[in-house]
Ligand binder design. Structure first.
Ligand code: GLV
Length: 328
């Protein structure tokens, strides 16, 4: 039986779907994780993973030194579209395939992003707390900012960014974007830097991949450019934002507000951020519905099955895409 390692607990759909056909080692259940790794390392051929915290409290990283412990490793299957906890470049250089679960979660995550955007600008969560606290009996809830006539800047116009843009068009927002380069066939205004995009928009929405290359793309300078009427929305990864600079900007009202679905060290959220009334905070809900999480589980299992039967996994990450064969 092919042996797989699961370092952090994934959903029952993933566990049940895999354990009937593979020998699945559950690292989070091991009384001595190190001893288990030592024992199974020579036999493990695939790691099934997602962003998470290990039983010892450390952030899970499937990096070069970790993968190098498994001499027979061929596949790292990631549950989720973002795979910033996996060193895919190292894997590709060592002939290890990395897969993720794109597409099946695009529309769900865009719904979450747009809901968060509306809740942040129109302050619906605060308004609901106000009603429940009986304060409406004393006075109406204060008026809020509006989406009317606003410009949305999308940092990272990938599949999810584009799905958000489609929703924003229906709401009458003007759209601009920033990425590594302008995209052919995209009519939205392009800005080459996050600062230039922030300066040109009222709502800056972060939808770029996480990882070392995008770390703290949104810093104090970008927040200053967004300005006191500006809102920041992040549905990508906490690492993209300098969280300390964001807390300072929220406190001093250097920006109007923020809507965050992701944080630097999940599931911990800094107390200073919890104390900011002008922030709407969600516990990383991007793709978190029964239907979409099931679709992600199924895609992950299809990737593992395809690899295990000598076929081609459906969704390799870009670092691991095979170069096309030269034309004869
Ligand atoms: C969720 O954060 C994902 O990367 O799919």
């Amino acid at each position: 039986m092919i042996e797989l390692l699961m370092p952090v607990r994934l959903s029952d759909a993933v566990i049940d779907g895999l354990s009937s056909r593979y020998r699945l080692h559950r690292l989070w259940e091991a009384p001595d994780a190190e001893a288990l790794l030592e024992e199974i390392a020579p036999r493990v051929r695939a790691i099934v993973t997602s962003a998470g915290i290990l039983a010892n409290g450390a952030v899970l990283r499937i990096d070069g030194p970790f993968m190098a412990r498994f001499p027979k490793l061929e596949l790292v299957a990631n549950l989720g579209v973002g795979y910033d906890t996996v060193d895919a470049a190292w894997a590709a250089a060592h002939g290890i395939i990395v897969t993720n679960t794109p597409d099946v979660l695009t529309e769900e995550t865009a719904d979450t992003a747009f809901g968060l955007l509306l809740n942040t600008v129109r302050q619906f969560p605060a308004a609901e707390r106000y009603l429940r606290a009986g304060q409406w009996l004393q006075a109406p809830f204060p008026l809020t900012a509006t989406l009317r006539g606003r410009r949305l800047g999308i940092l990272g116009l990938g599949r999810i960014g584009k799905a958000i843009a489609r929703r924003a068009e229906a709401f009458g927002l003007t759209i601009a974007y920033c990425g590594r380069s302008p995209q052919a066939g995209v009519a939205y205004a392009y800005f080459a830097t996050p600062r230039a995009l922030a300066k040109a928009c009222d709502i800056l929405l972060v939808a770029a991949p996480g990882g070392d290359q995008t770390r703290h793309l949104v810093d104090a300078d970008v927040l200053e450019a967004l300005g006191p009427d500006g809102f920041l929305i992040n549905i990508a990864r906490g690492s993209l934002i300098d969280e300390a600079a964001l807390i300072a900007a929220l406190r001093s009202q250097a920006i109007a507000g923020a809507g965050l679905d992701v944080f630097a060290r999940e599931p911990e959220v800094p107390a200073d951020l919890l104390a900011c009334d002008n922030a709407v905070l969600l516990p990383h809900l991007g793709s978190a519905t029964h239907a979409t999480r099931l679709a992600m589980a199924e895609l992950l299992i299809e990737n593992v099955d395809a690899w295990a039967t000598g076929g081609e996994p459906l969704t390799r990450v870009s670092e691991c895409v095979l170069a096309p064969l030269p034309e004869q």
